[in-house]
Design a protein around this ligand. Structure first.
Ligand code: FA5
Length: 354
């Protein structure tokens, strides 16, 4: 009778339990070491011997029943807790996801890839050459011995190691590639960064890219150079821009030329008599062409016999043409960019336009 009461009371209390703390307290009250069931078992010693086994069995059966009820309640509370937390932090699967910001290629990289793709179609392979050069390769082997006045054309960043400098142009790559492939014919482009210690303006940076071109063979002429450059310009500018080829001077080519493209910003180069186009004075608004209507994009020429010999080729048997173009200047002329400093300024308003 006493055990029946205990069962009813325990189950009623368990039923009223609402949380885990209540469940723990119920457990220690009924099933714990000094709980009600342990106390009930201890009373077995006070009973007459013949009643003890029956009483003991009843206490054990009650213990098992309460344990089972306890486990059920525990599971029930656990499920309630999960349902409550799900309701509190409802997950709306219909909400649109957070947009992932996608990067893009830097305009300088895009233009560089466009240039290399066109030269690949013309049969030119890419050759990578070092940015930290020695004086010998950057100047001397290109027919500019020490104290040669032409060295002044390239204001140079020297390192603290004597004779080691940041290359001022990609032309020293000509020597590397010639010495590697001599005496085979060559048709390569050499892209990369160049450095010059000069004043930064809207059209000149201290750090800029160049793409050098070099073709060496046994029957190469100036006509091949002009044809290659015209074909390239036609493909790069899509026929939108005009070319002007002028004679020039470089110590490592003979004869030498420079190529200009008509200015996209002011279009002054498209005037009827382009040869007469002169700087239009300090009032000119065009930062790109300084009012001349033209912007120089590259230097070129037939490889000088001294350079051919320094590269290992016999100048009596081989000829070659070379050019060095400025991709930043070309991008300015293609996309109407008014200031070269935008390329390395890291301004997203500029970069996101490409
Ligand atoms: C040279 O650097 C020669 N090595 C080019 C060459 C190669 C001639 C092979 C003959 C044979 P130049 O200094 O003119 O030449 O530069 C070539 C091109 O690089 C320029 O037409 C221009 O497009 C670009 N460039 C030169 N200086 C800068 C600068 N400071 N900022 C941006 N682009 C520049």
């Amino acid at each position: 009778m006493e055990l029946d009461q205990l069962r009813q009371q325990a189950l009623a209390e368990l039923n009223a339990v609402e949380d885990e703390a209540g469940l723990r307290s119920w457990n220690s009250h009924y099933l714990g070491k000094s709980g009600a069931l342990t106390q009930a078992l201890k009373r077995v010693g006070q009973l007459p011997p013949e009643e003890r086994p029956g009483y003991g069995q009843q206490v054990n059966a009650l213990k098992e029943a309460l344990l089972a009820a306890y486990e059920r309640k525990k599971q029930q509370l656990h499920e309630q807790e999960i349902a409550r937390s799900l309701a509190a932090q409802a997950l709306d699967v219909t909400l649109p996801g957070r947009p992932v910001l996608r990067g893009r290629l830097h305009p300088a990289t895009q233009v560089m890839r466009d240039i290399l793709a066109i030269f690949a179609e013309l049969g030119f392979q890419v050759y990578r050459s070092r940015e930290v050069e020695d004086d010998l390769t950057n100047f001397e082997l290109l027919n500019m011995p020490p104290h040669h006045p032409a060295r002044d054309l390239w204001d140079t960043f020297h390192t603290t190691t004597p004779g080691i400098l940041l290359r001022t142009h990609t032309s020293p790559g000509q020597i590397h590639v010639m010495r590697q492939y001599c005496p085979r014919p060559i048709r390569v482009v050499l892209p990369g960064m160049c450095y010059r210690y000069e004043q930064i303006t809207a059209r000149s940076e201290i750090q800029f890219q160049q793409v050098e071109g070099l073709a060496i063979g046994e029957s190469i002429s100036l006509a091949d150079l002009i044809g290659t450059l015209q074909t390239f310009a036609q493909r790069f500018f899509g026929g939108q821009r005009r070319l002007r080829i002028r004679n020039s001077y470089f110590p490592f080519t003979e004869p030498s030329v420079e190529v200009d493209v008509d200015c996209i910003l002011c279009q002054a180069g498209s005037a009827a008599d382009t040869r007469a186009a002169e700087p239009s004075g300090p009032s000119s608004p065009c930062t790109l062409c300084k009012g001349t209507g033209w912007l120089e994009i590259l230097g070129a020429g037939m490889v000088h016999p001294v350079v051919l010999r320094n590269g290992g080729y016999d100048p009596d048997r081989f000829q070659g043409f070379a050019f060095g173009m400025g991709p930043q200047r070309m991008a300015m002329l293609k996309y109407a960019i008014h200031d070269i400093r935008l390329f390395w300024g890291n301004d997203l308003r500029f970069l996101e336009q490409f």
